[in-house]
Design a protein around this ligand. Sequence first.
Ligand SMILES: C[S@@+](CC[C@H](N)C(=O)[O-])C[C@H]1O[C@@H](n2cnc3c(N)ncnc32)[C@H](O)[C@@H]1O
Length: 396
Amino acid sequence: MFCDNVSAVMTRVKINTRGAKRIRSGHLWVYRSDVREANDALGGQIVRVADEAGNSVGQAFYSDRSEIALRFLTTSEEAIDREWWRARLRQCAGRRASIARETNAYRLVYSEGDLLPSLIVDVYDDVFVMQTLSQGTEQLKSTLAELLVEEFTPRTIVERNDARVRELEGLERRTGTLYGEAPEEVEINQHGVRFFVSPVSGQKTGAFLDQRENYLAARRVAHGRALDCFTFNGGFALHVASSCESVLGIDISTDAIAAAGRNAARNGARNVEFRAANVFDAVREFEANGERFDTIVLDPPAFAKNRASLASAVRGYKEINLRALKLLNPGGVLVTCTCSYHLTEEMFLEIIADAALDARRRVQLVEKRGQSSDHPVLLGVPETHYLKCVIARVID
Ligand SMILES: C[S@@+](CC[C@H](N)C(=O)[O-])C[C@H]1O[C@@H](n2cnc3c(N)ncnc32)[C@H](O)[C@@H]1O
């Protein structure tokens, strides 16, 4: 059914001292400007990489289009064959054994974070969703799908290759099925809360799995009247419902709100209501009407998609955090997130502190959190750390 197209022929690519130093200090990428000689390397091939003195640096995917010319798979000389890929996939699963006992929806492979650059595999019960985001993993797609079937016996493997980053690799954006038949919906269970997920048509690969552990953290501090801004399918709203009197979830997407309503019904959550609205307008209206909340969650889309949009992103984050702090009763908690890689945790905390000053509120830091542990941050590769979640309490 699948053909094995693991590269057997290795081309040698030479990189400059800066590129070699980057890899030897723990990063996995070399930019095109640091490639000295690509020789006859083809896009998507696995190549052996040497420094200017001819010493081996490792083996990497080569891209003939992206600014990221090399994505390292290993710094050793080991053979990268089908069994090598199998072993890496097994290692990913092994690291998530305890997560898989708790939930049937998690990220099985987190690209660079798992030393499998540009490969994402999300598990929704027996439906797997794969993203091959570079020429390298794209070429290996069939082999990788076959190995997933052999190792984990999924019912279906969906390809969600509609991510914009593929364009940087000269790859088309597409969605389809690589194995089995894709169901319209899958039911998943996260900490006793059930959600319907649409792996083919939902945002991202169907759900925001990176917030799974933050849902529980939010539940621990949530109370009273809660507002979940940017709720999507009700992830935070339905998790905090059991510890709150009432929850209102808001999202601009009517599809997301319809799905959130069905999720609430599936869980018998009678104290949760969802509304389609623009959060920026809604929070202003709440303020004008003198409404108050005891718990507010802010989980917006990435406002800073790149470094150039950072300044306007900072204004956006400041605006919603300021409004939310004004809407909180004394003792109220704010669970505030950013998934912009370009906005560091330090910058985010500064924005929240500024917003607190402007709102004339005294705010206590309760917890600094990140993405769920099935999205591991690889030390030395800062790009693997994108989600920041701050839990704060208004004490005055
Ligand atoms: C990061 S996702 C939220 C994920 C969600 N909290 C979860 O845990 O599943 C961002 C959401 O914001 C919504 N959105 C984007 N702009 C918005 C706006 N101005 N007002 C309300 N919702 C918005 C998107 O439709 C998307 O569902």
